[in-house]
Ligand binder design. Structure first.
Ligand SMILES: [Zn+2]
Length: 389
């Protein structure tokens, strides 16, 4: 798309030592990010996305992106859409979201001064947050492990700390936005599936996340793939959803069912309990049960992607998260990807099935942070705390 610009890719989780300990408070830009050598020319950035209320001669545009997860917070400072500094710290260090935002502000302030700038030069701040977020006020309605923060109006809290235009986005949509604007894959539309304990999903159409009327757009993990009465129950309480089959616990259940149904030898039998990672390791040693489990998981995913393709017809479908069986760096990961594509092609119209690009995501854990910053560029607005009656 003409609106997208090349940027220095953020380093992936795999090769960034600062990601290895969630409690590390690392305020330094990682090697490979060259703050003095912007990958995007300033005039190009201005033409592409400079907000209308800024003078055309404004030469710098700083944006802060915050990815607030259950265990760690990732913060990025971007200048003209290039990541120039990043940090991460433990969510447990913070009693309230405002503590998170103050740490992010201190980080931004420190690095802005190194660029002869200050917080006045920050155009907007974006927050990506896991959980169900009310559309109107960005109130946190539900999260997996930050229950004390339910009911907090994130938009106001963020605006109060930064006193800037702000925007809040669901973490799955943020990751999809990040991959769309900053990842390696190019296409006019994109879907990201995040494979892990659960299955997150984000659909980008026309450069914007598809939220739907009830905030449930892109919830691919809750597509029904099994309509039988004995279908597995999803964590959401409804039967037959993809997440119950291709989420981490679902994958383990598939392997357990196969082990119980046969006497076939398997490395998995030697373990009291096992995880998708154990299944991956066994598959790398050509363990038949492990390989069958991964193939079956791929078939489930291929069915869901085929359904999705007849609705949204994305140009690119990316798979991210912790459960990619080694990704492209590993023969097992490549086979996983091929099995998904084969199933998808079998079950969708030839026009979409043979043309959609299915691949692994490229930004790792930076996708949410970059997507939060992008969402701020697109949607941030000034907010005022609610006034009493
Ligand atoms: Zn569900």
């Amino acid at each position: 798309m003409s609106s997208r610009l090349p940027v220095t890719p953020a380093k992936s989780h795999r090769d960034d030592p600062s990601e290895s300990t969630a409690s590390t408070n690392t305020f330094a830009a990682p090697a490979g990010l060259h703050a003095s050598q912007p990958a995007v020319s300033e005039p190009a950035a201005e033409a592409a996305n400079m907000p209308h209320h800024r003078p055309a001669t404004q030469r710098r545009q700083f944006v802060v992106g915050i990815d607030l997860g259950g265990t760690s917070v990732k913060v990025g400072l971007l200048q003209d859409r290039q990541l120039i500094a990043r940090c991460n710290f433990s969510t447990a260090e913070c009693q309230h979201p405002k503590d998170v935002f103050r740490q992010a502000q201190a980080f931004a302030s420190e690095h802005l001064s190194a660029h002869q700038a200050n917080l006045d030069d920050v155009h907007a701040v974006g927050l990506a947050m896991a959980g169900v977020i009310d559309d109107a006020t960005a109130t946190l309605m539900e999260t997996a492990n930050l229950h004390d923060w339910h009911g907090i109006e994130l938009l106001y809290a963020l605006g109060e700390v930064f006193n800037k235009p702000v925007a809040v986005v669901n973490d799955a949509n943020a990751a999809a936005l990040g991959e769309f604007y900053y990842g390696d894959h190019r296409g006019d539309s994109l879907t990201l599936l995040t494979l892990g304990t659960g299955i997150g999903g984000g659909i980008i159409l026309g450069g914007q996340p598809l939220n739907g009327n009830h905030g449930c757009g892109g919830e691919i993990g809750h597509i029904t793939i099994d309509h039988r009465p004995q279908a597995r129950m999803c964590g959401c309480g409804k039967p037959g959803h993809l997440e119950a089959y291709a989420g981490a616990a679902g994958i383990v259940q598939t392997a357990s069912e196969r082990l119980a149904a046969t006497d076939q030898p398997s490395l998995l039998r030697e373990l009291d309990q096992f995880s998708p990672e154990n299944i991956w390791h066994a598959a790398q040693q050509n363990d038949a049960i492990a390989l069958q489990t991964i193939e079956q998981t791929a078939i489930y995913l291929g069915r869901a992607i085929a359904t999705l393709s007849q609705i949204a017809d994305p140009a690119v479908v990316l798979l991210g998260g912790a459960v990619t069986f080694g990704g492209l760096d590993c023969p097992t990961g490549k086979r996983f990807l091929q099995w998904i594509s084969d199933e998808m092609v079998q079950r969708s119209l030839v026009q979409s099935g043979t043309k959609v690009i299915i691949d692994f995501a490229t930004l790792g854990n930076d996708a949410g942070m970059l997507g939060a910053a992008q969402h701020a560029l697109q949607s941030a607005r000034p907010v005022r705390p609610p006034t009493g009656p």
